[in-house]
Every structure is written in structure tokens, then in C-alpha cells.
Design a protein around this ligand. Structure first.
Ligand code: WT7
Length: 629
């Protein structure tokens, strides 16, 4: 992070919104709106909630039994109903909801009415397999429309979806299926990655061997002929839906009924199953999508995320559909088949809102400005960035190549927070590299370990001081791990990020305070990677750190102690990397592996990763008095 912190600290430029941006914005005066919202957050959130449809109204907006929150208590609702039926009942019925573009340029377009029919068919098919309210369904699909259909169909009947990113390997998938005790897995035969076929079905075959709860596997067969399926356990997606009717009433659910579980990495080896619920999550994603991206009915909204991560859940599927938006989603990488891919899609579909990541911007930067120049980007209105700190150089480049006058919403949030918490609105002056100010209704601060508020420019921990509707409700089957977020620093939510606030109250996020690494914006735990490393037969011990990287933000470096008698060879290093790929997936493979003979440890045997990191980066390791060797 060191490079980033230096450049961020030197950053002093301010970009004011154009009068046109301000006059078009839903919220034109952030300061006033913010003050009002935090004077009475419950009034602000219930006002937002009233813009949505509820089957029965709430009795209490918030029941706060620290650290447990319930929002919209006593209400019943259904998020999928609000995403679809609410629009199908209006002129939006034939409005385009989803435009999907495949890596090979295949195009599939769904109106709100068509998406509604597909979701209803899938919901009926789920019921026919015996899936009931509260049952868990694991969705292991590449970025295809069936992923969205399956998520909404689960929500419609009150089943809980658990989407697993299709880049995860069989052991990572099976541990997630087992933790959720899923009855059904929905997958596809293949995904594509820069023209290469990625076989997913064999990964599922391998994973479900150790998953006793799985009764059925539904397969979207994209290839002709697709792989053979063994009935009755394995079912073809199209056969599954073919005879179902397009009518299925949405289940009225308690506002606190779980909507999904999404696994994310923490400081220990086991991924955490973050639980979000129908009511509060619906209100949070709806409000943030509306105000942060300033969504209007004539916008075309392009978010590059994969629904396998939380950004896809909140800002491809739920937030935009709740707002009745037209969403563009594209399979594949930003530089395939050419580095002009995304710019070309922006021109082709007239994209007005473009939400992307710092890693992708830095990747595209390397190919130069000629690529964006080839396309007409004049339809763009608002830009977004998410997943990791954006360095001012990348910010400036993104700003310049898109016309120099479009505001960039640097949105800070987490899987656990459900929706965006720290962010500009289009009418807020921007400082490149700062996620700026808290969203309406959110009280945030930078504090020391005891929870004392720090003066301007002092580095500390980012905290949120009050509950908000889209906050996670628990960690699935592990309430103690949930409590840690609210008890590490008493009475507030600790995000795990280091941050400082400047004299204008702008927040500057610097990276993680814990053992979480952000590789290309993807979250990995050092302990997870280390346990994959030691599962190799030649490895005795391993420690992993994140190292600043020009394009992907951080890269993984591993320090490995070999078992007695093992020799360091290029083949061995290769096979250790293969082992990590096998255990977790490609994203977790260390870029560098150093073979060492000892690791710095505390007397109690804990590996001191910060010492390894300081040494690697040529920095002062700080207090090393507790080190044993
Ligand atoms: C962590 C959460 C938020 C959806 C995708 C990632 C980092 C996220 C920013 C930003 C600086 C950011 C934080 C956070 N992060 N957005 N705009 N500026 N850092 O969700 O995988 O749960 O990761 O991502 O470190 O804690 P996630």
C-alpha cells in the first residue's frame, strides 16, 4: 500500500460538478440532505422504503438490540416482486431490463415482462424439485442471464441463494455448498475466458461428491451437444423450465427473511457466509443506486462486475432492477478480443452510467488512450469505481479519456455492508483518490483502537456508528464471528480498513488493517491461501503477504518452508502453485513464492506477517520485541 499512501497524501486537486450535472441530480445539495438524513436516520430510511411496495407495512422501522438489528419489523415484502412485478404493472412492462453480451458477441435482451416470465418459470421449477422457503440453493454459473434468473427465482419463493463465483475450484465450491447445506446446485457446462473454454461441470461433479445435502444439479448447456446428464439427479435447465407456466405469485416474506448467503474471505481460513435479508437490503440497494448513480428512466447502466461477487448482487441485479433500469452486462475481460472492448460496448448501447474497477482502469491504461478514442463515448454521464482504492493517476486517466467532465463515484463498501456507504453523489465536489463522504443516513468516522475520534489527517480505523438497513444480519451458522464486527471497537461497526479524514471530512481509504488481501479487487484471506499452500505434500509451513502491484493493486507473495529432504526446483514451485489453484482457484495463486528456512513468529507461535511485509518492501518493521527468532 506504501506507494498508494504517498500519492494519496500528495493529492490536493478538487473537481467541482458541472452545473448540468448538478441540475440533473436527484440530490442537488448534499450538505443539507445529509444533515437532515442523520438528524433522523430512521425517518430517512423509512421515506426511502415507502417508494417500494410492501405486502404489509412495518410496525417499527428499527429494532436495535446491539449488535443485532431488525429493520422494518412486522412488514412483509419480496425483493423479486419489487424488482419485476412493480415495473411490469406500469409502462415499464416492455422496457428493456437486461442486455447481455457474450464474449463472442452473442446478444440476449430481456424486457421486464420477459425477465418476469423467465423468473416465474424458474420459480415454479424450483418448487417442483421440492425447494421451499428457507432452503438453500447454490448457483455456480458463469456470467450469463440464467444467473440473474436463478437468483430472482429463489428470492421469489423465499429460497436462499448462495452464488459462488465460477472461478472457484472444486474444494472451494464444496466447502461453500456444505456450509450452506444446499439442496440444489445450478451450474453450466462451460464458461469462456478470453476465448478459452472453461469447463465447469467437471468442477461441480468433483465438488458434489462430498456434498451429502445436494439432491439435484441443474445444468445450463451452452455447447451443442452438451455433456451427458445422468437423470434423475442431473437436469437440463431448458427441459427443467420448458413445461412451467410463466405465472408464479411472489411469496410474501417477513422483512427479515434471509435473501442470500454470500461467502467472503476473512482473517481466518474459513470463508464467512454473509447473510442479507429481503427488506433492509432492498431499501439500501434501491436508495444507493438511485442517488449515487442518479438513475433516470432513459439511462443505460453498465456494471462490469460478475454477479458471483457482491457488486454484481447489489449493483447488477437488485439495485438497478429495483429502480427499473436498463442494465448492460457483458461476459469476458476488458481487453478481449481487444482493449477497446468496453469502449465499444459503451458506444454500441449508448451507455450513460459506467461502473467499473481500479484494476480494470489500470489495465486499460497500459494499452493507451488510442483505444477509448476509437469509440464515441459522448453518451456517458456518470462513472463509478469500486473494490479497492483508486490511485489518483488512474482516476485522472479515467476522467480524461471519458471526456473530462463526467463525475467519478468512488464507492466504498463491503460484502458485509450490502450497499454503498462512503461515496460521492454526482453533485459533490471530487478529490481524486477519496471516496469522499458518507451516503445519506450513514454516520462514519475514523477512530483509534479505543474508539476515540481522530483529528483530521490522522490515520485510523474506518467505523460506522449506527446500524443501516442493508447491513448483514449475521454470519451464517457463526453468530460469534458476526459479533466481532461490532465489538472490536465498542458500539460501532469496524470495517477492517485503514483510513483518514481530511479537514473537509473527506475519507481516504488506504487498504486493509487485517490479514485480507485485495487482488484485482477480489478479497482473499492470507490464512486461506496459506492453508492451500500447506496442503501440498512438500510444504511444512507457509506465510502470505499482499505486495503493492501496479495493475492489480496487490499481488500475493508466499514464503514457504519445505519439509525435510525436499529440494527447491522450478518444478516444485510450479506444483505448489498448481496446488493452490486446485484448492482455491486461479485468483489465489501467489505471483511469487520464496523458499525460506524460518518465519518470524511471536512467542505464542503466530506468524508476524507485518514483519515479512516490511522486510519485503524495505520498510521499518516497527516493534519486533515479541519476535521469537
Ligand atoms: C473491501 C471490501 C464493495 C464491493 C466489492 C468489494 C475495499 C472496496 C473500495 C473503495 C477503497 C475499497 C475495502 C473493503 N474497497 N471499495 N472505493 N476504496 N477500498 O467487496 O470483497 O467485500 O471487499 O474492499 O478494503 O473493506 P469486498
Amino acid at each position: 500500500m506504501a506507494d498508494n499512501i504517498d500519492t494519496l497524501l500528495k493529492e490536493s486537486r478538487v473537481y467541482r460538478p458541472t452545473p448540468k450535472t448538478v441540475s440533473a441530480a436527484h440530490i442537488q445539495d448534499y450538505e443539507t440532505a445529509y444533515k437532515q438524513s442523520i438528524a433522523d436516520p430512521e425517518a430517512f430510511w423509512s421515506g426511502m422504503a415507502e417508494e417500494l411496495e410492501w405486502f404489509t407495512p412495518w410496525k417499527t422501522v428499527l429494532e436495535w438490540n446491539y449488535p443485532w438489528a431488525k429493520w422494518f419489523v412486522g412488514a412483509t415484502c419480496n425483493i423479486a416482486y419489487n424488482c419485476l412485478d412493480r415495473h411490469v404493472a406500469t409502462w415499464r412492462k416492455n422496457k428493456v431490463a437486461l442486455i447481455w453480451v457474450g464474449e463472442n458477441d452473442q446478444e440476449r435482451i430481456f424486457t421486464y415482462a420477459e425477465l418476469h416470465r423467465q423468473v416465474n418459470r424458474c420459480a415454479n421449477a424450483l418448487k417442483k424439485l421440492g425447494i421451499q422457503k428457507g432452503d438453500r440453493v447454490t448457483i455456480y454459473l458463469p456470467k450469463i442471464p440464467e444467473q440473474v434468473v436463478a437468483m430472482l427465482a429463489c428470492a421469489r419463493i423465499g429460497a436462499i441463494h448462495s452464488v459462488v463465483y465460477s472461478g472457484f475450484s472444486a474444494p472451494a465450491l464444496s466447502s461453500r455448498i456444505n456450509d450452506a447445506e444446499a439442496k440444489l446446485v445450478i451450474t453450466a457446462d462451460v464458461g469462456f475466458d478470453r476465448g478459452k473454454i472453461i469447463n465447469l461441470k467437471p468442477v461441480v461433479d468433483e465438488a458434489v461428491k462430498s456434498c451429502a445435502t445436494v439432491e439435484h444439479v441443474v445444468v445450463v448447456r451452452r455447447q451443442t451437444p452438451g455433456p451427458a446428464l445422468s437423470a434423475p439427479k442431473e437436469i437440463d435447465w431448458h427441459d427443467w423450465l420448458r413445461h412451467e407456466t410463466p405465472h408464479c405469485a411472489a411469496e410474501p416474506l417477513d422483512a427479515e427473511a434471509p435473501l442470500y448467503i454470500l461467502y467472503t474471505s476473512g482473517t481466518t481460513g474459513k470463508p464467512k457466509g454473509v447473510v442479507h435479508v429481503h427488506g433492509g437490503y432492498m431499501v439500501g440497494t434501491y436508495a444507493t443506486t438511485k442517488y449515487v448513480f442518479d438513475l433516470k428512466d432513459d439511462d443505460v447502466y453498465f456494471c462490469v462486475a460478475d454477479p458471483g461477487w457482491v457488486t454484481g448482487h447489489s449493483y447488477i441485479v437488485y439495485g438497478p432492477l429495483l429502480n427499473g433500469a436498463t442494465i448492460l452486462t457483458a461476459e469476458g475481460k476488458p481487453d478481449y478480443p481487444t482493449p477497446g472492448r468496453w469502449w465499444d460496448l459503451i458506444e454500441r448501447y449508448g451507455v450513460s452510467i459506467f461502473y467499473t474497477t481500479p484494476t480494470a482502469i489500470r489495465l486499460l491504461m497500459r494499452y493507451g488512450e488510442d483505444w477509448p478514442k476509437k469509440s464515441d463515448l459522448s453518451t456517458l454521464r456518470i462513472l463509478g469505481s469500486v473494490g479497492e482504492p483508486i490511485n489518483p493517476e488512474a482516476w485522472e486517466w479515467f476522467h480524461r479519456v471519458t471526456g473530462g467532465d463526467k463525475p467519478i463515484m468512488d464507492t466504498w463498501w463491503q460484502t458485509e455492508t450490502g450497499s454503498i456507504l462512503i461515496t460521492p453523489l454526482p453533485s459533490v465536489p471530487l478529490k481524486p483518490g477519496s471516496a469522499t463522504r458518507p451516503f445519506l443516513g450513514i454516520e462514519a468516522d475514523v477512530v483509534d483502537r479505543q474508539g476515540n475520534s481522530l483529528p483530521p489527517n490522522a490515520g485510523g480505523f474506518a467505523v460506522i456508528k449506527k446500524p443501516w438497513p442493508s447491513m448483514m444480519r449475521t454470519i451464517y451458522k457463526d453468530p460469534d464471528r458476526y459479533k466481532v464486527y461490532w465489538t472490536t471497537i465498542p458500539n460501532c461497526y469496524t470495517a477492517g480498513d485503514v483510513c483518514h479524514k481530511d479537514a473537509d471530512g473527506y475519507m481516504w481509504f488506504m487498504g486493509r488493517a487485517d490479514d485480507v488481501i485485495k487482488v484485482a479487487g477480489n478479497r482473499l484471506g492470507t490464512a486461506e491461501v496459506e492453508s492451500a499452500l500447506v496442503s501440498h505434500q512438500a510444504v511444512a509451513e507457509a506465510a502470505v503477504i499482499g505486495k503493492p502491484h501496479k495493475t492489480v493493486g496487490e499481488s500475493i507473495k508466499a514464503f514457504v518452508i519445505l519439509k525435510q529432504g525436499e529440494k527447491e526446483t522450478p518444478e516444485l514451485i510450479h506444483s505448489i502453485k498448481e496446488q493452490v489453484k486446485h484448492e482455491l482457484g486461479k485468483i489465489a495463486v501467489p505471483a511469487e513464492i520464496d523458499i525460506v528456512t524460518s518465519l518470524p513468529k511471536t512467542r505464542s507461535g503466530k506468524i508476524m506477517r507485518r514483519v515479512l511485509k516490511a522486510k519485503e518492501l524495505g520498510q521499518d518493521p516497527g516493534d519486533i520485541s515479541t519476535i521469537e527468532e
